[in-house]
Design a protein around this ligand. Structure first.
Ligand SMILES: [Mn+2]
Length: 312
């Protein structure tokens, strides 16, 4: 960590990126680091595969998270909240890694340690690690505090998931003291849904299929097209099947273009779904993982998953 702090102090050209299909923590860790670099008067640029999802659109300085290549040459590349370089999507092909120092900061234990410097810790969120890095570098203002709080609160499902620790809560508390507003952040993230999202949720919940402690839901391209919805609109849908009493694993299958199915897995009661995702070339955490496959229909994939999910 000291090494990264030295780089931030001494360096001047930083490129920041994160994983495809952002979530709160990926946006928050990028912006918290970017606003720190801004305070220090450094040159930086955020270059992402995807635009920022609607639910983060009213956060401060969110326009800094671009899908445009950097306008200057950079020396250091921060890859945040990203277990492998392929998870950056097209960014991996669009940026020049030659003679650059790659700094990999993540909390996924499946992380491939692809950086020149790797900071991989089993904490709630990448935002939590970013806090530990920047806390002595700058005075944390309200905007930075807002992002750190948002990243921790989204990756812990509003401080409800087992990855919530006293350290995450301590940082969250400190961020509130420094100006983060839990009610306002909660409203922006969880109570600013577009109508189409709730209509889509209604359709998706009709697909609920419970088999021996495993609950499946799915969404098809057609269901999304009918409502003008996109995949961002399905974020956290998987929490609904997981909320059923007695369910140990919830699986959300999303049909993507070209016959690809994206699977999101969540578990309770100590069941390890990271192992299952890894068998399909994916990854994540013990309680939350995901993967993509080609060549399966929903039914076949459910059957194969039932075999692989070991409810010990
Ligand atoms: Mn994360």
């Amino acid at each position: 960590m000291d090494e990264v702090r030295e780089i931030i102090k001494k360096g001047d050209n930083f490129l920041l990126t994160t994983h495809i299909h952002h979530d709160g923590d990926s946006v928050a860790s990028e912006l918290a680091l970017a606003l720190t670099l801004k305070k220090l008067g450094k040159r930086f640029h955020i270059f992402n595969n995807d635009p920022v999802p609607y639910r983060y659109k009213n956060f401060p300085y969110i326009e800094l998270a671009t899908t445009q290549p950097p306008p200057f040459d950079y020396e250091f590349i921060f890859v945040l909240d990203c277990a492998s370089l392929s998870r950056t999507g097209k960014i991996r092909e669009k940026i020049n890694f030659e003679n650059k120092t790659v700094i990999n900061i993540d909390h996924h234990m499946s992380n491939e340690r692809f950086g020149d410097i790797n900071i991989v810790q089993p904490v709630s969120s990448t935002s939590e690690i970013i806090y530990d890095i920047i806390k002595d570098l700058v005075e944390i203002d309200r905007d930075i505090a807002t992002y750190i709080y948002m990243g921790i609160s989204t990756d812990t499902g509003g401080f409800r998931y087992p990855n919530t620790t006293s350290h995450s809560l301590e940082i969250a508390s400190l961020m509130v003291k420094l100006g983060a507003d839990p009610g306002k952040i909660g409203e922006l993230v969880w109570f600013t849904n577009p109508e189409r999202r709730i209509k889509l949720l209604g359709k998706v919940l009709t697909t609920l299929d419970v088999r021996d402690g495993v609950a499946f839901i799915h969404v098809t391209r057609r269901m999304m097209e009918e409502l003008g919805a996109n995949e961002d609109d399905t974020e956290e849908f998987v929490d609904f099947p997981l909320s059923i009493e007695g369910i140990k694993v919830a699986v959300f299958l999303k049909e993507r273009d070209g016959g690809v199915i994206k699977a999101s897995l969540r578990s309770k009661k100590g069941v390890n779904v990271e192992k299952v995702a890894r068998e399909f070339g994916g990854g994540g955490h013990k309680n939350a993982s995901g993967f993509e496959v080609n060549g399966y229909d929903m039914e076949k994939l459910k059957e194969v998953l039932m075999e692989k999910i070991c409810l010990s």
